[in-house]
Structure formats: C-alpha cells, structure tokens
Design a protein around this ligand. Structure first.
Ligand SMILES: [Mg+2]
Length: 195
C-alpha cells in the first residue's frame, strides 16, 4: 500500500530562515535566527503586517528562488515519491506556481502534485487528499491538522518549540522524517496482514 503524504514547502522543504537576509537588508535590521521564536515575520522584525506584505509582494520571486532546501530534503523526497503519493500543500498564493516549479527544477526536488492554497488553513486539503501523514513546520497548522484527526510530523525549528498534542511527532531533519514515514508504513502493513 502507498501512503498519501502531504508536505508543506516553506520552512519544511526549504531552510526555515530563507527570507531573513533579504528582510534584514530591506528593513535595516540585524535579526539572528536564534532570536526568531515565533512564526509571524512582521512580529519578529517589529514591523507592521502591511510593511511586511509590501516587502513580500515586491520580493516574493527572489525570496523563493534564492531559498535553499534543507539538507537531504531532495534525496528523501525522491525516495518518498518513488514509494508513496506525495502532494505539496503550501499556503503560497497560486500566482507563485511558476516560481515554485522553477525552484523545484533548480534544486532537483521532484515535481509532485502541487496545491497552492493562498491560506494557512490546510485541513480541507488534507481531507480531500485522504492524507496519512502531513509534514509541517508551522505549529498552529500542526495543531489544527492533528485535531482534525491526521498524523503530523512537525519539523523542529526555534519558532515551533511548544507543547505537542497526540498525533504530532517532532522530527529534527529529513532523515528523521524518512524513518518516521517508514515506521508508519510498516505499522499500516502489519494492520493489513492482521486482517
Ligand atoms: Mg511552512
């Protein structure tokens, strides 16, 4: 049996602070990754949401094209794509589809099914895709998705070190993700054999 894996992009496949250098330059700040304890970039930078959105709208292409993938994400994503159904589920706006696909190509990330929601609410998409495991970096998303009954792997970052609830497992890198998915898959197979 194949698993249906839903995988976030920003901060999950990409390094989590991909936006920081450009944002520091633009806003004349000198924020270090260790200072980032929450997800919302405007709060981290001490700016308004409007100021952040103006920056993001002006620079979204270079922010996303220049971001780097996390270590081993490319290799593991190829393995997972060969074994399971992988869908990328991102809050990015649909207008960033071309940039997103170009980035996959530039970094050798497999070009799987892509869902650009333009919203952080991912529960309905998880239902539609009959998701077995959702891989995320945003704490609020992880809670929402787990509370809706899906299993979540939360990739560890400074800004998501908060108490977890049943259904969420904290993972530390892509090797860890591969191991957890394999364990989950084995458990599912055991259940099928037991029937
Ligand atoms: Mg993310």
């Amino acid at each position: 049996m194949k698993l249906n894996l839903c995988i976030d992009i920003d901060g999950t496949i990409t390094e989590e602070f991909y936006w920081l250098d450009l944002a520091n330059k633009y806003f004349g700040k000198n924020i270090h990754p260790s200072q980032i304890k929450e997800y919302d970039i405007d709060k981290v930078l001490g700016i308004t949401k409007e100021e952040y959105l103006k920056f993001y709208n002006e620079h979204s292409h270079s922010i996303h094209l220049d971001s780097k993938p996390r270590e081993f994400s490319d290799l593991i994503l190829w393995h997972l794509s060969n074994q399971h159904n992988v869908s990328y589920v991102t809050s990015r706006e649909p207008k960033l589809e071309e940039v997103t696909k170009r980035w996959f190509l530039n970094y050798g990330i497999p070009n799987n099914d892509l869902h650009m929601l333009g919203s952080h609410f991912k529960v309905n998409k998880a239902r539609e895709l009959d998701c077995h495991i959702f891989i995320e970096d945003r704490y609020e998303n992880a809670l929402e998705i787990a509370l809706a009954g899906f299993d979540v792997l939360l990739i560890d970052t400074n800004y998501n070190r908060l108490p977890l609830i049943p259904g969420i497992i904290r993972v530390y890198d892509w090797l860890d993700i591969y191991e957890e998915v394999s364990l989950y898959h084995n458990r599912q197979l055991q259940k099928l054999i037991a029937i």
